[in-house]
Design a protein around this ligand. Structure first.
Ligand code: PMP
Length: 359
């Protein structure tokens, strides 16, 4: 049995090592994972209760259309319920987009390095990937525009960008959007939206009424702290949503996830607290880099990519030996860097302590 040609040579997504595996391998009692940009403060305390109550309903299929969550998100964003598509993580929304839109001979335009799932899903559909290098860690939107040709179907803008944490400003994004041909889709992946603190970040939701070719991706995996439950969504023109919705699995978001997301969304105080702590902790890392003369990308997200002027793999291993799972920059396109997800104050102080003694 052979898989289709576009699958040949692809490998599954490589997540950071699981905590239990590292504990076993290295004989460590305590291991902290600062590798996947999760929320170190967990999730709203209100979620626990609804999860417990939902255990009664495990024998019943979820509402595939996620009605209650849909209503709450639509109200929060001020969009129509028909302008939303929920996915098993925003990962699945990316997959649905690619499977619905791309065929062999098409191409997508992305930055590089960026979130790898755009490429991965496009390649599976037999599409080409036109990758435009970041400039100083930032999307080069002019070159991305130039890369668009008659076969381009989707342009992905990861904002803030993973793995750099850098952002495209409102003005840059609008200038770009105006120039993109209307027949192709612009995806603004805003997985880290809740962490953004800068005033000139684009407010994209109001743009939807003028740009039927725009889709915004958000997630409950990051600031809302529900990564394990897998809920993300796309917001776009209802015609587009209607056209791609058949590409979704019937029960793609589960009951626990939907109900947890409803509670998490209602607890904006929790999100605000996480946002504030994240800024404080980001300042801690920035200060460390400045004191030690290390370059870093100013980040609007909950992670920081630091150039420690040594092979990323070496630093990664040293941190691992001390019980910290991070991301080796070599695998992310930044050979002398590591990407660290900001942890709690105590975790950050400890990892900075290790970093300050690096040899
Ligand atoms: N987009 C970006 C930029 C991400 O960093 C991630 C998670 N690492 C995702 C999308 C996917 O998130 P999820 O599937 O958990 O919603």
């Amino acid at each position: 049995m052979k898989v289709k040609q576009s699958m040949v040579g692809l490998v599954p997504y490589q997540p950071g090592k699981p905590i239990e595996e590292v504990k076993r391998e290295l004989g460590l009692e305590e291991v902290v994972k600062l590798a996947s940009n999760e929320n170190p403060y967990g999730y709203s305390p209100k979620v626990r209760q609804v999860i417990q109550e939902s255990l009664e309903d495990l024998a019943i299929y979820p509402d595939g259309y996620a009605r209650e969550l849909r209503e709450k998100v639509s109200r929060k964003l001020g969009v129509k319920e028909t302008e939303l598509l929920f996915g098993n993580g925003s990962d699945e929304v990316i997959l649905i987009l690619c499977r619905s839109i791309l065929s062999k001979g098409d191409n997508i335009v992305t930055a590089t390095p960026t979130f790898p799932q755009y490429r991965h899903n496009a390649v599976i559909e037999g599409a080409l990937v036109k990758e435009v290098p970041l400039v100083n860690g930032v999307h080069d939107l002019d070159r991305m525009l130039e890369a668009i040709d008659e076969n381009t179907k989707i342009v992905f803008v990861c904002n803030p960008n993973n793995p750099t944490g850098t952002y495209v400003s409102e003005k840059e994004f609008l200038d770009f959007l105006k120039q993109v041909p209307e027949h192709l889709l612009v995806v603004s992946d805003e997985a880290y939206y809740e962490y953004v603190s800068t005033d000139d970040y684009p407010e994209t939701i109001p743009l939807l009424k003028d740009y039927p070719n725009l889709m915004i991706l958000r997630t409950f995996s990051k600031a809302y702290g529900l990564a394990a439950l897998r809920v993300g969504y796309g917001v776009a023109n209802e015609e587009l949503i209607k056209a791609i919705d058949p590409g979704r699995e019937p029960f793609n978001t589960n009951t626990l996830a939907q109900r947890a997301a409803v509670e998490a969304l209602a607890d904006q105080e929790f999100v605000q607290t996480c946002f504030e702590k994240n800024r404080t902790e980001m300042a801690r890392f920035e200060k460390f880099c400045e004191e030690f003369g290390y370059d870093y990308y100013p980040s609007q997200a909950n992670f920081i990519l630091m150039d420690l002027k040594k092979p990323g793999g070496e630093v990664f291993q040293k941190l691992l030996a001390k019980g910290f799972i991070t991301r080796n920059g070599e695998a992310l396109g930044f050979p002398s860097s590591v990407r660290i997800t900001l942890g709690t104050e105590e975790q950050n102080q400890r990892i900075i302590n290790v970093l300050s003694k690096l040899e």
